[in-house]
Each structure stands twice: as structure tokens, then as C-alpha cells.
Design a protein around this ligand. Structure first.
Ligand SMILES: [Zn+2]
Ligand SMILES: [Zn+2]
Length: 215
């Protein structure tokens, strides 16, 4: 992140960056770190902490559900831990609602963790959804898929879209042949979430109808 001398008090906006597998979220997060100031705080992905920490992947339905409950709890805890540091934007690498798209078996995640969709949607000011590419060509320019086929990735992406239905401020960023166009679109959306006092670090301009970013 860029150093920033802004000494104003910020009211943090909680922004979710989400999307199906292969949408390029990780690459976009790398760019965000280059373009935005230290008051844009990026939280780690809860699923990465849970699985990276050794929680078993796969197995019986009960085990899959337990993993999603653990991810939900870690996400809540990460958001709580990030409060009070005068961030302008708390950028969440997925939010609590995403786990519902990965829920297996009967019931649903949100009732399993004693919450409601309304409560969880209200946690976030803005949702930016990076769509998963639907053509194999687009994948070549982006992160390789790890576990899912293109069809599976698309199905997960559609479920994520469905779960966040009803959020009042949601943006979709379609996959593009040129990944940088997609990435600059996300950066332009995120820039609008940053208060003016910290926004001067990032300048955008329009070209071919697409938002572009200049450092
Ligand atoms: Zn500021
Ligand atoms: Zn700043």
C-alpha cells in the first residue's frame, strides 16, 4: 500500500470483493496494494486461513459443512479485529454470505450459524463481484483453475451471484479478454469507495468506454 499522510478520522466502508474461481481476485488484490493508500485495508481470505491452517478439505457432508461454519466464524472475527484502526475502506476478500454458495447437503449456512441473510447483507456497504470467465481463452490470461472445471467454476459463480441477491449496492465486473481492462474496472469502482481525503493517490480516466487507472 502507498504511504499516506491523511490525518483525518475515517468512517470505514466495508467492501466485499467476491467472484467464482478463476475470476482473477488474487491478481486484482495485488494491483490494489500498488495503487491505494494504507487506509485501504485488505483482509485475508478466511477460507485461505482455514484450509491453509490445515482444516481438512472434502470428506463427508458434515465435514464440508463444518468447514463452511469455520470460515464464517473466521470471517466475522477478521472483520471485528480490523475495526478501530481508522481505515477508510475495509476490503474483504469475500464476505460472510459467500460460504452459502459452497454449502453442501440439507439446510443452509446462515441458519446453521444462527444468522439471517438480511443481517449479513447489512454488514457490507458495497459488493464488487468479479465474474468468472466462461470461455477457455479467457482463462489463459488469468489465474489457472485449481480444482474446478470451467463449468463448475461458472456454476459456483452463479450461486455466489444468487446468494448476494438483494444487496442494495452491488457491482458486476465481467470477464474480458484483456485482464487489465477487467482489473482497471475494479480499481475504478474501489476508488469511488475511498473518501476524497485519501483518493488523490489514484486517478482514473475513461478509454473505449472502460475505466482505466493511472498511478
Ligand atoms: Zn483520508
Ligand atoms: Zn490514506
Amino acid at each position: 500500500m502507498k504511504p499516506c499522510d491523511c490525518a483525518l478520522t475515517h468512517t470505514p466502508r466495508r467492501v466485499v470483493l467476491t467472484g467464482g474461481p478463476g475470476a482473477g481476485k488474487t491478481a486484482v488484490l495485488e494491483l490494489i496494494r500498488l495503487f491505494f493508500c494504507t487506509h485501504v485495508r485488505t483482509l485475508p481470505e478466511a477460507a485461505g486461513i482455514v484450509f491453509g491452517g490445515g482444516f481438512p478439505r472434502g470428506g463427508r457432508t458434515e465435514a464440508l459443512q463444518a468447514a463452511q461454519r469455520a470460515i464464517y466464524s473466521v470471517q466475522r472475527a477478521l472483520e471485528l479485529a480490523a475495526e478501530g484502526d481508522n481505515s477508510a475502506v475495509l476490503l474483504c476478500d469475500r464476505g460472510t454470505v459467500d460460504g452459502a454458495a459452497y454449502w453442501a447437503g440439507g439446510g443452509d449456512l446462515l441458519s446453521a450459524v444462527n444468522t439471517t441473510l438480511e443481517i449479513e447483507l447489512a454488514r457490507y456497504d458495497t459488493v464488487i463481484h468479479l465474474r468468472t470467465p466462461t470461455s477457455p481463452a479467457a482463462y489463459n490470461h488469468q489465474n489457472p483453475l485449481r480444482h474446478e472445471s470451467i463449468e463448475e467454476a461458472s456454476a459456483i459463480d452463479a450461486r455466489i451471484k444468487e446468494r448476494w441477491e438483494g444487496h442494495p449496492r452491488r457491482f458486476f465486473v465481467d470477464a474480458t479478454e484483456d485482464f487489465l481492462i477487467k482489473a482497471s474496472h475494479v480499481l475504478a469502482l474501489l476508488r469511488d469507495e475511498v473518501p476524497k481525503c485519501c483518493r488523490h493517490h489514484v486517478r482514473t480516466f475513461l478509454w473505449d468506454g472502460h475505466a482505466r487507472i493511472k498511478p
